[in-house]
Design a protein. Structure first.
Length: 652
């Protein structure tokens, strides 16, 4: 790959040597050991009388410049470089490839410390002078070498142009030498070279056709919405390698654009920041296909040239189980892939990465691929960004940990089933109502404190293989008008694009009844409720609301709920089961009369667990097994905490 460059550098060396020989013959100071350090009268006289002879354009070097090949030809075509531009580029990069040029450049610069080519030297080697308009224009900020970030001018910009040193970025030198390693400064950029026709949606096909038809004049496209993966597929299908990145520091944009032009690649940048005008104006003159994505509608004021084509990205195409099976290969033949991945709304690109991660996790565990590997990998790809607004819980309980009557237990199973098949029922079977309603699933858990609402939410999330995010209402509700809605919008937006279960604990604080308008506070409270009603209609995720007072939830919210699960206070039989479950690992618990303490103390599931913990500590403190009095003391403390009447003697 580098032979083309090295051959031309050898020809350039001959021209440099010829100029050195010509200078030394007529230079009276050629043998002076201080030449280049001290300016003698003879040297001044020589500079005043020296003439620049036109460089021959019919020698081997001149012919080679007019007929580039290999990577030099690709560079000339992609950056619109003239033979003079190629000459300047070769002169500037020569010392970075071959040290023989450094002392020769120092001699020709009349300064042994300046061992890089200057503007004057580069032009003299072409038989030109800096006072010639054509020659000087090659160093203008709008010239191809400069706009393409192929040539840098060192030294203070206040230094006169003829004396400024020239330097070629290392990435350009490496490219011409055959190195395709991505620029080291672009650590956030990902190069996509694959083409995935099986992942093409109808919109991606049309976008690909647009890109192919506009190849002569590369388009700049803005996709409003979540269109990053879709755009990557369309660009790949159009035959482009894709450089994909989030917005970089503005100082790195020239390197990003140069990298795309060197590879004849397309740029995929997104999501755009809140104020993307400067970024858009830089990218729209990139001379390569550019697709930008972002959550905000396109604003014409972002552009100075008016070139971006604004498009609306369709909803993400969620991958079918067949895509999962194809990516996982025969190692997943023993799994029920369809039911395992049903809750996840991943694009084909995310599925590809999740499958690779799942196989790696199985290898790391040293056992066959399992459903838990798939779920863990899928959760990582959905990349929830809710940690800033909610507290994440990793589900650690299952159905066996729930002690509930048959009816609420059956409704929880139905909730899981709805989550698994909502895309099929609401999407494929078109059972979704109109009015812009989303694919979301919203359920209300109602019951007294400690009856198992939060634990049930954790079980549901665990069964679906998702993380549970508990929304901290104190971080949402704001005394300033409009701020609560903004906080909620941030949470809903993140939840919409994340595969996670959202839990609003004590939801009546936010989803409470609207009141009669008597003052401005009532008016804005009702506006907040109206916003929530509208936002729930558009929600695409899974949200669980819990309340101790179902009657406090506004009727309009209730109508929009998919399920309402009532959690009754446990009866004596259920309380005994709760005691038995809580004390399962405590020594001596099997011999205790749990039926007696269950009938004597009317405690909720949460209260029973706290009482069991107290009993376990009492037993551990004695270094003995638990006894009946430990249970009595634990239950008695729970009664006192709740302010209920107690009796002082153990009736047993």
């Amino acid at each position: 790959m580098s032979e083309d460059l090295l051959k031309r550098l050898e020809l350039l060396h001959d021209r440099v040597a010829h100029l050195v020989e010509a200078r030394s013959c007529e230079d009276p100071t050629a043998g002076d050991p201080l030449r280049g350090l001290v300016l003698s009268p003879a040297a001044v006289h020589h500079q005043l009388t020296r003439r620049i002879e036109p460089a021959p354009d019919d020698d081997a070097y001149g012919v080679a410049l007019r007929n580039p090949d290999g990577r030099l030809l690709a560079l000339a075509e992609r950056f619109a470089l003239s033979p003079l531009d190629l000459h300047i580029l070769l002169v500037a990069l020569a010392p970075d490839v071959n040290r023989r040029f450094e002392p020769l450049y120092g001699y020709l610069n009349d300064n042994v410390s300046r061992r890089r080519a200057t503007v004057t030297l580069a032009l003299e080697l072409a038989g030109l002078q800096p006072d010639q308009t054509l020659a000087r224009s090659r160093f203008h900020p709008s010239a191809p070498l400069i706009t393409g970030s192929l040539l840098m001018m060192d030294d203070d910009p206040r230094r006169p142009l003829p004396g400024r040193a020239l330097r070629v970025p290392e990435r350009v030198v490496a490219y011409l030498l055959g190195d395709d390693t991505i620029d080291g400064s672009l650590i956030a950029a990902e190069l996509i070279t694959e083409h995935f026709p099986s992942a093409m949606s109808p919109f991606a096909e049309r976008l690909s056709q647009l890109l192919v038809a506009s190849a002569e004049r590369p388009p700049v496209i803005y996709l409003h919405g979540s269109g990053t993966d879709l755009a990557a597929v369309a660009l790949s299908a159009a035959g482009y390698p894709v450089l994909r990145t989030e917005p970089l520091d503005h100082e790195l944009l020239p390197a990003l654009i140069r990298e795309a032009r060197l590879r004849d690649a397309a740029l995929l940048v997104g999501p755009l920041p809140a104020d993307p005008a400067r970024l858009v104006r830089t990218l729209e003159s990139a001379s390569v296909p550019v697709v930008m994505t972002g959550p905000a509608p396109y604003d014409p004021r972002w552009s100075s040239l008016g070139t971006p084509i604004p498009l609306e990205a369709p909803p993400p195409l969620h991958a079918s189980p067949d895509v999962w099976r194809s990516e996982l290969g025969p190692g997943a033949d023993h799994l029920d892939v369809a039911s395992t991945v049903a809750p996840y709304r991943l694009t084909p690109g995310q599925v590809r990465r999740a499958a690779h991660s799942a196989l790696a996790l199985a290898t790391l565990d040293g056992r066959p691929l399992s459903s838990s590997h798939l779920q863990q990998a899928a959760r990582r790809q959905s990349a929830p960004l809710l940690d800033r607004h909610a507290r994440r819980l990793h589900p650690r309980v299952g159905w066996a940990d729930l002690v509930l009557p048959p009816e609420p237990l059956a409704m929880l199973h139905e909730l899981v089933q709805r989550a698994q098949y909502r895309d099929q029922v609401l999407g494929q079977w078109r059972m979704r109502t109109g009015g812009g309603r989303g694919h979301g699933l919203i359920a209300l858990f109602a019951g007294e404190s400690g009856t198992g609402k939060t634990m049930s939410a954790e079980v549901v999330a665990g069964e679906l293989g998702m993380d549970l995010y508990v929304v901290d209402l104190s971080s949402i509700v704001d005394k300033y008008i409009g701020e609560t809605e903004k906080n909620l919008e941030r949470i809903f937006t993140e939840a919409d694009r994340s595969d996670a279960v959202l839990l609003f604990d004590e939801a009546d604080a936010v989803f409470g009844k609207r009141s009669e308008v008597k003052d401005s506070h009532d008016k804005h409270a009702n506006m907040q409720s109206a916003y929530l009603l509208q936002r729930l209609e558009q929600f695409d995720g899974i949200a669980l609301l819990t309340t101790n007072l179902r009657a406090n939830i506004d009727e309009a919210f209730t109508r929009r709920l998919d399920l309402i699960v009532d959690f009754p206070f446990p009866d004596a039989v259920q309380r005994e089961l709760l005691w038995r479950h809580s004390l399962a690992n405590v020594p001596g618990a099997a011999e205790l009369d749990l039926a007696s303490v269950s009938s004597s103390f009317e405690l909720s599931g949460g209260g029973i667990h706290s009482a069991a913990v107290t009993a376990a500590y009492l037993a551990a403190g004695r270094g003995d097994s638990a006894v009946q009095d430990d249970l009595f003391q634990g239950a008695l403390r729970e009664y006192r905490k709740s302010g209920r009447l107690t009796f002082s003697d153990n009736p047993h």
